[in-house]
Design a binder for this molecule. Structure first.
Ligand code: SF4
Length: 296
C-alpha cells in the first residue's frame, strides 16, 4: 500500500501502517460479514444470492447512513489476510453465489487488487465493485480487467448537498469521472440467459427528502452525457431517517409519494426504460443484514 495514502479523493497523505485516514481504517483488511445476500438488484442477486463481503470503514460520512455501525468503524469486524479474503471468495462461490460483491471496497483497493489478480482467472463468476461513487478514476484504472460489474452511487449533483450530508468536496464531478472510467472498463451491460448481469455498470440513486430536483438534474445529466444504454439505472426510494438527523430537519423524514413519483416520471420520460425502480413501500431495514462476522 502507498505509504502516503492517496487511494481516494480525500488524499489523506498518511501512512496507514501507523495511522488512520478519513476512511477510519489502517492498512489491514477488516470485514464484518461474507454471505449470500438477496437484496441487491435482481440481475445481481438472482435466485441464489450475491456473494457479499462487507468491508469496514468508508470514505464518505453520510449523515443518513444505514450502516453507521461499520462505516464509522464502531464495529471494526475481524482483521483478515489477503489469502483469507481469496478463500472467502471461493467459499461464497461454493455456496452458490452468482457473483462476488465487494461492498464499500474503495479504501482496500490495493489489497483487493492483489487478491483479484490471483483469483480472477479461476473463480468463474463476475466480480462486483459496490461503492459510493467517491472514487478516483486513476485508482479505478488500476483495477482494469479485474472488475466485471461496477455498482456505483451517484448521490448528488449539487456539491453543497454533498458537503452538507457526506462531508465530500466536488462529489459530482469526481463521481461522473469515475463513472466514465467504469463504463470504459466494462462496456455496455451484458447478461446471461437467466438475466444475471455479467458485465456493466449499475448507477444507483437514492432519492432524498426535500431534494427531488437534484435527483431530476442528475437524471437529465446522465441522459445527456451517457444516453440510456451505457448503464442500468437503479432508483431507490428507501430513505429512512436514522438517529443522526436532528441537525437536518429537511431530510429527517421519509420521502413522499409525490417526491418519488416526480423522479420516476422523469426517468421514464427520459427513456430509462430498463431501469430498476424500487417500490415506494420498500423498507431500508430489510436490506441491512446483521454484521456478526458470518462467513468471516
Ligand atoms: S483511502 Fe482512506 S486514508 Fe486513503 S485517501 Fe481515502 S480516506 Fe484517506
Amino acid at each position: 500500500m502507498d505509504n502516503q495514502c492517496k487511494i481516494c479523493p480525500r488524499k489523506c497523505n498518511i501512512d496507514r501502517s501507523t495511522s488512520k485516514g478519513f476512511c477510519g481504517v489502517d492498512n489491514k483488511i477488516h470485514i464484518v460479514r461474507a454471505a449470500l445476500h438477496h437484496w441487491e438488484e435482481p440481475c445481481i442477486s438472482g435466485s441464489h444470492g450475491s456473494g457479499t463481503i462487507f468491508f469496514c470503514g468508508c470514505n464518505l460520512k453520510c449523515v443518513y447512513c444505514q450502516n453507521i455501525e461499520i462505516s464509522r468503524c464502531q464495529n471494526n469486524g475481524a482483521e483478515i489476510s489477503e489469502d483469507r479474503l481469496a478463500q472467502i471468495c471461493y467459499e461464497l462461490k461454493e455456496k452458490g453465489a452468482h457473483n462476488i460483491n465487494l461492498v464499500t471496497p474503495t479504501h482496500y483497493l490495493p489489497q483487493i487488487k492483489n487478491v483479484l489478480s490471483e483469483i480472477k482467472n479461476h473463480i468463474g463468476i463476475p466480480i462486483v465493485y459496490n461503492c459510493g461513487g467517491y472514487e478516483l478514476s486513476d485508482s479505478l484504472n488500476t483495477l482494469d480487467g479485474l472488475i466485471d460489474i461496477y455498482l456505483t452511487d451517484i448521490k448528488y449533483m449539487d456539491n453543497a448537498l454533498a458537503k452538507k450530508y457526506s462531508l465530500a468536496d466536488n462529489y459530482f464531478s469526481i463521481a461522473v469521472n469515475a463513472l466514465s472510467e467504469m463504463i470504459r472498463q466494462t462496456g455496455n451491460p451484458t447478461f446471461d440467459k437467466d438475466g444475471l448481469m455479467q458485465k456493466g455498470v449499475i448507477v444507483r440513486h437514492l432519492v432524498l427528502p426535500s431534494h427531488r430536483k437534484d435527483s431530476i438534474e442528475i437524471l437529465k445529466y446522465l441522459k445527456t452525457n451517457y444516453g440510456t444504454d451505457k448503464f442500468i439505472l437503479s432508483l431507490m426510494s428507501q430513505f429512512t431517517p436514522n438517529n443522526n438527523l436532528n441537525g437536518f430537519p429537511e431530510i429527517n423524514r421519509k420521502i413522499t409519494s409525490f417526491e418519488y413519483k416526480s423522479v420516476t416520471d422523469c426517468a421514464y420520460a427520459l427513456g430509462f426504460t430498463n431501469a430498476y425502480i424500487q417500490e415506494k413501500s420498500s423498507a431500508a431495514t430489510e436490506y441491512t443484514p446483521p454484521f456478526d462476522l458470518t462467513g468471516v
